[in-house]
Design a binder for this molecule. Structure first.
Ligand code: FES
Ligand SMILES: [Fe+2]
Length: 319
C-alpha cells in the first residue's frame, strides 16, 4: 500500500454496484493494493486480494450461495467478515483464527462502491446539485488513464484547454481569452467562482452560449463544477488512484433538462480528447512546488489546488 495517510483514509470509487450485483468477484487496485470486491447478501466486501493459504488471488474464485467467497486453488471459503469458514480438504477441522483475510471499509453512494483503506471516517464526496429537485444524474466512465490522479483533477479544473482540446464543443479557438476570476483555498478545499468561457455546445444540446462556472475541489481527488447559464448542469469527478500514475476517472453529470443526444457518448468523446494530453504530461507527478512549471492568471484554480494538496500533505501522484 502506498504510504499516504490522507488518501489512505479517504473514500475512493472502485466498482459500480451493478458490476458487483452481477454476482462474481471483481479485482480492483487502489493505492498500490490489490483488492477483491464482491457482494455477500446486501453487504459489499472489499478485501486484500490474497488467500492466506498459498497467496492466490481470491478475485479468480467464486461467490458461493451468494454469501461466501471460495478460493480458486483449494477451495478455502471465507464469510463476509473475512474469516475462513471451510477448508474442504479437512471439512471436520475448524479453520484457525489466523485464517482470515485483510478486510477494508466500504460504502455505497451515487451507484458506486467506495473503499477506504484506512479509517473511512469522512463523508462520501458529493456536491450541491445531487440534491436538487427536478435533476437527473447520469454516470459516465470509469475512464482508465495512465496519469496521476492530481493531474486528472487539475485537467478537470482547467478551462484554458477547452478551445484547443475540445474545440467545437467546450471551446472555440476564435475566443480563447479567459477573464479574471477568483480562486481560493477554504476549509472545504478549493473554490473558484466566476470562471467565464464561451462554449459552442455547453449542454450537449447543440446551441452555443457564454457560461460561468463555479468549481470546487472537495477532496484531493474529488471535484465538481456547476455551470450557470440558461440551463442547470453540473458534474462531479472522483478519481481512483490505482497507482501513482495509473488512475480511473468517474464522472456524474447532473442536469435539469433532457439532453438531445447521449450524454455518456458526449463525455466519452470529451475524455478521449483529454486522455492523450494527460498521458503525455511530464513530469508524470504533479509538481506541488509552484516554482516548477509556469502559471498564468487564468491558472488560479490549479495554483490553489496545488497549494492545498501541499498544505494537507497528499503524496500520491504529486512531487
Ligand atoms: S491458496 Fe487459497 S485455498 Fe489454497
Ligand atoms: Fe478536457
Amino acid at each position: 500500500m502506498i504510504d499516504d495517510p490522507v488518501l489512505v483514509n479517504d473514500w475512493h470509487p472502485v466498482a459500480s454496484t451493478d458490476q458487483l450485483d452481477a454476482g462474481a468477484p471483481v479485482a480492483a487496485r487502489l493505492l498500490g493494493e490489490d483488492l477483491v470486491l464482491w457482494r455477500s447478501g446486501q453487504t459489499y466486501c472489499a478485501w486484500r486480494d490474497l488467500c492466506v493459504h498459498r497467496g492466490t488471488r481470491l478475485s479468480l474464485g467464486k461467490v458461493v450461495a451468494g454469501v461466501a467467497l471460495e478460493c480458486p486453488y483449494h477451495g478455502w471459503t471465507y464469510g463476509a467478515d473475512g474469516r475462513c469458514i471451510l477448508m474442504p480438504a479437512h471439512p471436520e477441522q475448524a479453520p484457525p483464527a489466523k485464517a482470515c483475510v485483510d478486510v477494508y471499509r466500504t460504502a455505497v453512494g451515487h451507484g458506486v462502491v467506495w473503499v477506504s483503506l484506512g479509517g473511512g471516517t469522512l463523508e462520501l464526496p458529493t456536491f450541491d446539485l445531487f440534491d436538487q429537485p427536478g435533476h437527473q444524474v447520469i454516470m459516465s466512465g470509469p475512464y482508465r488513464v495512465k496519469a496521476s490522479g492530481p493531474r486528472v483533477v487539475e485537467n478537470f479544473l482547467d478551462v484554458g484547454h477547452f478551445p484547443f482540446v475540445h474545440e467545437g464543443t467546450l471551446g472555440d479557438r476564435a475566443r480563447p481569452e479567459i477573464a479574471d476570476y477568483s480562486a481560493e483555498v477554504d476549509s472545504g478545499g478549493v473554490v473558484a467562482k466566476g470562471v467565464k468561457v464561451f462554449q459552442p455546445d455547453p449542454y450537449g444540446t447543440g446551441r452555443g452560449s457564454m457560461v460561468t462556472y463555479t468549481y470546487r475541489v472537495h477532496r484531493p481527488l474529488s471535484a465538481s463544477f456547476i455551470k450557470h447559464g440558461e440551463l442547470s448542469f453540473g458534474m462531479m469527478l472522483s478519481v481512483t488512484p490505482h497507482d501513482a500514475v495509473d488512475s480511473s476517472a468517474w464522472m456524474w453529470m447532473v442536469m435539469n433538462y433532457e439532453p438531445a443526444s447521449s450524454m455518456i457518448e458526449f463525455q466519452d468523446r470529451i475524455f478521449a480528447q483529454d486522455r492523450p494530453i494527460l498521458e503525455s504530461q511530464r513530469p508524470e507527478l504533479l509538481p506541488l512546488d509552484l516554482q516548477a512549471e509556469l502559471h498564468l492568471r487564468s491558472d488560479r484554480t490549479a495554483i490553489a489546488y496545488r497549494r492545498w494538496l501541499r498544505e494537507i500533505g497528499v503524496r500520491t501522484g504529486t512531487a
